[in-house]
Ligand binder design. Sequence first.
Ligand code: SAM
Length: 292
Amino acid sequence: MSADPADGDAVTSEAAPDRPKLPPLREVIATHGLAASKALGQNFLLDEQLLDRIAAIPGPLKDQPVFEVGPGPGGLTRAILRAGGNLVAVERDRRCLPALAELETVFPGQLRVISGDAMEVDARAQVGDGGHVIANLPYNVGTALLIGWLSTSWEPLPWWSTLTLMFQMEVAERIVAKPGGDHYGRLAILSQWRSDARIAMKVHRSAFTPPPKVMSAVVHLTPKPAPEGVQLKHLERLTAAAFGQRRKMLRQSLKGLPGALDALAVVGIDPQRRAETVSVEEFVAVARILSQ
Ligand code: SAM
């Protein structure tokens, strides 16, 4: 085994006697001509120890259903498979398919690769209820995919049991932000009103091939039962209006939203406050009244 984990050499469990040894990830990239495409948001992770740590964030994966977006050359995919997950992976770049087919052979029955656009794939239909989502997301569709998973029906929980997702640091900060800061806005509220969201790991840009311009972080979300009587569409409209003019007082930013100023009064929120000072729970309380 290489002394340098960034070489992407196999870790001990992958070299199990009953499992053929896989080539290092750098070799896979060279063999299959996987020059990184900027348009596809390709920044690959090759450090197997780092990848194992990411795959460990959701907890034990043995025999658990897992959905991965963008396996690329297969680094995170290998880590999920080593951990024993039953994985469905969706990849848009057809150049990656031969490398992923090799993984299907080495981990028989554990991996199914879908060639296509994750924006068009019904993850729930593919992995079933209780699935974990784990991905080093392409930056151009990462937020849209997250919002899709957060907007799924909650009965009383969503179909997914955890989301473990790599984002650019700035997006990660917006997901976990608390009131009062510049990062706090719609994404924080949509992420936190019925999930716990935390930054599980910061990842230096040098860990990627090629390195992106900015740092990254893995965000871990676990769902909570949804607050009763609150419809997502009302929370969305409320936060869109409130943060549409985030520097203005609520009495100004919400005046075009029917019933919103009355709802503020019922909840006891001073209309002179600005959106960035209003907690997730306060937004939920206002949205509950608007949902009636
Ligand atoms: N998982 C690999 C890793 O960690 O090294 C690659 C991560 S790279 C940041 C993002 C991956 O998503 C690329 O393999 C890219 O081809 C793929 N991708 C980009 N857009 C996609 C889409 N709409 N649907 C599915 N995969 C996509």
